[in-house]
Design a protein around this ligand. Sequence first.
Ligand SMILES: Nc1ncnc2c1ncn2[C@@H]1O[C@H](COP(=O)(O)OP(=O)(O)OP(=O)(O)O)[C@@H](O)[C@H]1O
Ligand SMILES: [Mg+2]
Length: 279
Amino acid sequence: MHTVAVLSLKGGVGKTTVALGLASAALRRGVRTLVIDLDPQCNATSTLEPDDTDTSIYDVLQEPTLEKVRAAIATSTWGEGVDVLAGSEDAELLNHPDPGESRLGRLREALRVLAEDEEVPYQLVLLDCPPSLGQLTRSALVAADRALLVTEPTMFAVAGVQRAFEAVQSEREHNADLQPLGVVVNRVRPRSHEHQFRIEELRDIFGPLVMPVALPDRLAVQQAQGACMPIHEWGTPGAREVALAFNLLLARILRISRSRRRPVHSDFDDEEIQEAVEA
Ligand SMILES: Nc1ncnc2c1ncn2[C@@H]1O[C@H](COP(=O)(O)OP(=O)(O)OP(=O)(O)O)[C@@H](O)[C@H]1O
Ligand SMILES: [Mg+2]
């Protein structure tokens, strides 16, 4: 089970879009996936439209028992391969700024009991975080084995991703397994000099941790989300471009997570590209 926290301490840069895009690529590739919606805005839950559950992340974070976890999970309308652990506006009540170890460990405990119970375990768990560093995001960092940082190629977003990286490093005190998976740059317009400048700046700061595939700024992303559809099913040229980028990202995530000690290379190898194009 690869558990990936998708985070950024800046709002609106594309965390939910990345979590949903990866879920869409996973669905296409037959990778059984659970999306956990930690954001009280519940954007991921709204787009994946699971059947109503009486229980949500709010209950799971208070009482991480198998009974609560099971009750909070439902199949998404995208298909059998993608399930959702439903978000809740009430989760904001649990977003303590200084939560203490016991509260921080509850999501990790929930995932532990779930992994033990599942006959066919999830291969991928995606944690969609809110844009703040309170109990919710920190719980994700304690539960995850990888952290995927999302940014836009703008000045304030770059500053936000630096703070997120520092948060990942400091949470390793509670979770020694946690590794930064990389920085994914979203909403890139290749002809923008400002964007190219910010991407170079990110490469200077993060080196090979900057993912070799960037996500282009395409209207199809908003259209597919508005229609609650996976980007892989939207079918326009823009959607296909974004879907291919997500295939590459997913291939990279699965590969890096499989071999923990493998150094991160910034380029894709032929096998990764072949897998992504065929997916
Ligand atoms: N690559 C893209 N191309 C076009 N629009 C995009 C792209 N990525 C994100 N958007 C749009 O930008 C808006 C913000 O994206 P998203 O909700 O994923 O950000 P977020 O980081 O999860 O926000 P929040 O901090 O509020 O949770 C959404 O309307 C989304 O459709
Ligand atoms: Mg979001």
